[in-house]
Design a protein around this ligand. Structure first.
Ligand code: CA
Length: 231
């Protein structure tokens, strides 16, 4: 898919069948894969190896996957994290996204679909690296290459998906963008069952860049439809 060294994917998962299936399929796609069966080993591997993407099971033998996710996110504000979960409950997914995950797949999942999502993430990262895009939202400057939001001396990191949401809203500034379109263009998956994914990211973005989250000035809700950016 790209020149340069292969992308590194860390799989933190304890079910041997899933680990084997993922390791084979991802290896076949040309990715470099390491797998760890506990949260602790996973965190150590992440720190030592510096993966380009993490696949994280929520039910690990030694630790709560949400906590592992938070710790991964603390160490690396940008690396895409996809949660593998058997929990189909909406609240669990939202909690995973709150813990810093970018996306999730529910077990049993299609490996082909998961790989399509992973490839979409890396393609967009590559496109992003080719540009040095900066734009303003109110007093903040978004630097797409550095994944930062800065205002004077303040600097905040943006995760991959937070940045993608902002970029799409910004392309269409002052125009409403529907939740469905955000899901399709940012997450790259049609028919993703939950719009809460989008809402959750909007909450996180408002937390980062709105002075008063209850009265947002820049990321506005268009009721029953989606969101609009007023830069
Ligand atoms: Ca498990």
């Amino acid at each position: 898919m790209s020149e340069g060294p292969p992308r590194k994917i860390l799989v933190i998962e304890d079910e041997p069948d899933i680990v084997r299936g993922l390791t084979d399929a991802l290896g076949f796609e040309g990715f470099e894969v390491q797998a760890r069966g506990t949260g602790q080993d996973g965190l150590e591997a992440a720190a030592a190896w510096g993966p380009d993407l993490v696949l994280l099971d929520l039910m690990l033998p030694d630790d709560n996957g949400y906590r592992v996710c938070e710790q991964l996110r603390e160490r690396d504000p940008v690396v895409p994290i996809i949660i593998l979960t058997a929990k189909a409950q909406e609240a669990d997914k939202v909690r995973g996204l709150d813990a810093g995950a970018d996306d999730y797949v529910t077990k049993p999942f299609s490996v082909a679909e998961l790989i399509a999502r992973i490839n979409a993430i890396f393609r967009r990262q590559q496109r992003l690296a080719a540009t040095d895009e900066a734009f303003a939202i109110g007093p903040w400057t978004v630097n797409a290459r550095k994944h930062t939001l800065t205002k004077g001396r303040q600097s905040k990191r943006l995760t991959f998906y937070e940045l993608e949401v902002l970029k799409l809203l910004r392309e269409r500034a002052d125009d409403a963008v529907s939740r469905d379109e955000l899901l399709e263009k940012v997450w790259g998956v049609q028919g993703n069952p939950t719009n809460r994914t989008v809402d959750n990211f909007i909450v996180k973005l408002r937390r980062k860049l709105e002075e008063d989250q209850k009265n947002p000035r820049h990321i506005l809700t268009v009721y029953g439809y989606g969101y609009k950016l007023v830069p």
